[in-house]
Design a protein around this ligand. Sequence first.
Ligand code: ZN
Length: 116
Amino acid sequence: MQNINTENSHNAFHWITLYKADNNLEANIVKGLILSAGIECQIQGEMLQGALGEIPFEQTQVSVQVYAIKERHAREILVNYQQVKQSAPDWVCPNCNEHNGSTFDFCWSCETLKND
Ligand SMILES: [Zn+2]
C-alpha cells in the first residue's frame, strides 16, 4: 500500500474502478492504454486467478483502477479503446490457439504476429 500524504484533497487520491474487464488479458490492455497516457493505474482481482485454480483464466473478472482525480481523463481514453474494440474482431492465434484481443498485434501468449 502506498502512503500518500493528502492535505485537503484526499478524495482525489483514492482508487476508483474505471473499468471491469472480462479477463486479465483485457484488463492488461486497458492498463497499458492508461499507463501510456501517463496515468497511474492498477489492476484489482488479478490475484484471484491463483486462489481459484479451477476457474479458467478467461473467466476471472478484474477491475482496472485509477485515482479519482484522473478518472475523467482515463474515461476519454477508454472511449477510444471501446470504439476500436467494436470495429475490429478478436482473433485466435494460428500457432497456439490462444484468444487475443483485437488491439493486440502479437499473440500475448506465444508472440506470433497477427495474420490479417
Ligand atoms: Zn499464440
